[in-house]
Every structure is written in C-alpha cells, then in structure tokens.
Design a protein around this ligand. Structure first.
Ligand code: PHE
Length: 437
C-alpha cells in the first residue's frame, strides 16, 4: 500500500486539529504531575519558566512534527523515510515507544474508570487503593472496559472517531475542570493555592526547576513520540501550523494551571501520580460535604484526560500497521488493542501477583514507565530535533510550514533557528539528567 496515498482522511479544519492534538497533550500529567512540581518549584515562578520552555522547545518541536506529518501525509515510519530514506528507523523507534507507553497507560486509565464506579458507589476510602491494585481481576476488568472504548474510537477512523470524540470530550473535560475549580474555592487551602499559582516565588527556583519544567513540557505536549507527526498528517493543507501549536499549548497549560488550583486547594500538592489521585485526594473528599459526588466527578475528569491521550497513541501504531504493513484499519486497530492489552495484563499483574518478576530491579509496570520516560522518549525527541533542524532540506521544510503564509511564513526563521540551536541542547540536557537521576 502506498504510504503517502492522497485519499487519506483529514481533520475537518483548524478547530478539529487543535482539539485532537490538545486531547493528546492534556493527559494525566496535567492533573497529577504538574501541580505538585509547580508547588515544589516556586508556584507562579515555575509556571513562568514552564511557559518559556514551551515557547523555546515545545512549540518549535510541535511545528516540526506537524510539518513532517503533513508534508509526507504518512505515519511516522513512512514520514521519516519519505524525507530521508536513512531515517525510517527513527519513526520505528517512536512507534515502538508509544506502544510500550500504551501498555501501562491503559492500566492506570483502567484505574480511573474503577474509581468513577467505586466513588459513585461510596466504596472508596484511603485503604481502597492498596486492596484494589493487588487484586488480580478487578483492575483487569476496568482496563478491558477502557480499552474497548479506546478501540471503538480508533476503529471508527480519523473523522468519525478521533475528531468526533475530541470535539465532544474536550469541552466536557474543561466544563468539569472549571466546576471542580469553583468547588475547590470552598476548600480550606484555596486562598493559599491561588496565591501560590499567581505569585512567583523565585527564591524556590534553581537549575533543577528548569529541568523539571523542560521535562514536564516535553511529556505534557506529547512531543517526540510521533503523535504530532501522525496528527499533522491529517491536517488540511491550509491549516496554519504555528497558531495550531500555540493553541494546543495554551489549552494544555490552562488545564495544568486550573488543575493546580484544584489540587493545591485540596492540600495534596506534596503528592504526585497515582498516590495523589487514588489515595490522598479521596481522603480529602471523604471529609467534605458532597465529597462522594465531587470525587466521582474528579475521576470522570481523569478518565476523560486519559482517553484522548491513549487514543492518540493507539492511532500512531494503528496507522503505522495499516500503511506500512498493508493491513486494513480495522485489522490494524485490533492488533494494537490486542497487543497493548497483553502488555497491560502483565503491567497490571505486576502490581500484585507478578510483583516478583523484576527487570533491572523494577516490576514490569515501573520498568515500562522508566524505560520510556527516561530513555526512549527523550532520545527520540532529541533525534527529531536534529532531523528537523539539520537533516531536513530547509527549503522543503520552509515550504511546508509557510504554505499558507501569514504568521507561519513570518516565524519560520525563528522556528528553524530554535530547532537548530536551542532545542537540541535543551532536550539533550533532559536526556542526560534523566539518566543520571
Ligand atoms: N501528554 C500526556 C500527559 O500530559 C501524556 C501522554 C504521554 C500522552 C504519551 C500521549 C503519549 O499526561
């Protein structure tokens, strides 16, 4: 099958493009990682530094990925290969990386669904989590339900599936987030939380703050993993790339900042990840009026954040299989769901029954997490910068970005400069410090 076939699906327009990419970018990291990192690094000061990192590293990389995708109208492997035959392996690396991520992201996503159901039924207390994740069956059932929904969206295709889901679910996500933010104003720590987010404390900032901001920006914007290449390949020719990337980053940052108000108001900013969401927060909700209702709503928010992120990963692998391996979309989607489900089963069981299987001292879940987050993602991010900044023919690259004129044409020299000289050292720093850490 021709990887750059012209009858490929496209998104309806810029709004669809923004919502789909923002759906990928806004994920669990915005809710359970950003607030704690911001809290520990000077609150508003962190947010300012974060925005600078997004502008210097995130936006150029996102524009580069969008243009690689749209220029080639292909999946990551086909895309790199079409621009330079020797670089197909980088696409393969990205596809393999996101597939591994999908394996454990599905597990955590299943937990969010379990918490929606169990909070609604009033069964969640501070001991629930430990019992739940070590149970061999319960987590698997919820993960299976989550995978089924994810599969349904991807199998329906770019327009009917991904675009539609993004257009429906993103507004619901923001409505719930705003409702939670308003509710959080009634929590005891709320005025302190707002002060934290709005006032920069540069005294708490040091070199590690910059690294934390870089790493959060990189992960949160879903860059360096072929996702934005894949979504860019569905953009219409007239879609402006820089404004699209700016809008995605704005929505992503807005979600993270509002989530910070909620999380810090609840006084759980000293926690992060699953402990924050599944242990500390339920405990806070337990003591609040209407706590059960709001905690259910919070887990709906998490599940929504998770679904559009996992859909974007699933899509990368699905379109790779269909275009490079000649499968129909349906068959490809099934292979991805089945393969990721197997990984998810292993990752899920590694929290309990299979905890004694160790890879470099870690259980399967943690091994997948650290292999992808500290090694594979920064590596493929770095190589993508180098590819866009140094390997891709400048005129071709400019032609793709500047296609619809306007701000894209005007800003191309800046984007190109950042990709060549600023992004590689920044991402390299991430990579090196991630390894040492
Ligand atoms: N960007 C998502 C977040 O902030 C995470 C994600 C990682 C999404 C990998 C897709 C792929 O949580």
């Amino acid at each position: 099958m021709n990887a750059t076939s012209s009858n490929r699906a496209t998104f309806g327009g810029r709004i669809a493009a923004v919502l789909a990419a923002a759906g990928s970018a806004i994920g669990l990291g915005n809710v359970w990682r950003f607030p704690g990192v911001a809290d520990a690094n000077g609150g508003g000061a962190f947010i300012i530094i974060y925005i600078v990192c997004v502008a210097l590293m995130g936006l150029p990389l996102m524009v580069a990925e969008f243009s690689i995708g749209r220029h080639t109208r292909s999946n990551p492997v086909g895309a790199f290969r079409a621009i330079d035959r020797r670089w197909g392996w980088l696409g393969a690396m990205a596809v393999a990386t996101v597939f591994l991520i999908l394996g454990y992201y599905f597990v955590v996503s299943g937990w969010t669904v379990a918490y929606v159901v169990n909070s609604a039924a009033g069964r969640v207390d501070s001991t629930f989590f430990a019992r739940f994740i070590t149970d061999p069956w319960q987590p698997l059932l919820y993960t299976a339900a989550f995978i089924a929904v994810n599969h349904y969206i991807v199998e329906r295709g770019v327009k009917q599936g991904i675009e539609r889901a993004s257009k429906i679910l993103m507004p619901i996500f923001f409505a719930i987030l705003l409702a939670l933010a308003v509710y959080s104003l009634s929590m005891p720590d709320s005025s302190q939380a707002i002060r934290k987010v709005l006032t920069p404390d540069f005294g708490a900032v040091d070199a590690s703050t910059v690294l934390a901001a870089l790493s959060q920006a990189f992960f949160s914007l879903s860059i360096g993993m072929g996702i934005m290449i894949t979504y860019g390949s569905y953009f219409k020719s007239e879609t402006r790339l820089l404004p699209t990337a700016v809008n995605v980053a704005l929505l992503d940052t807005l979600a993270a900042v509002i989530a910070s108000i909620v999380i810090l108001s609840a006084g759980v900013g000293d926690q992060s990840g699953s402990t924050l969401a599944f242990v500390a927060l339920p405990e806070v909700f337990e003591g609040l009026p209407w706590g059960g209702f709001w905690s259910t709503l919070f887990f709906v928010l998490l599940a929504l954040a998770a679904i559009l992120s996992t859909v974007s990963i699933h899509e990368v692998v699905t379109v790779y299989l269909s275009e490079q391996r000649g499968m129909t979309r349906r068959r490809a989607a099934r292979c991805v769901s089945a393969g990721a489900a197997l990984l998810a089963v292993a990752a899920s069981l590694s929290m309990g029954a299979w905890d004694d299987i160790r890879i470099f001292g870690r259980n399967i879940f943690d091994a997948l997490d650290s292999l992808t987050a500290t090694l594979l993602l920064p590596a493929s991010g770095l190589l993508t910068c180098i590819f866009a900044g140094w390997i891709w023919d400048r005129r071709q690259f400019r032609g793709e970005v500047a296609r619809s004129g306007g701000i894209d044409a005007k800003m191309f020299p800046t984007v190109g400069f950042l990709l060549r000289w600023v992004c590689p050292p920044l991402v390299a720093a991430l990579f090196v410090f991630g390894l040492i850490d």
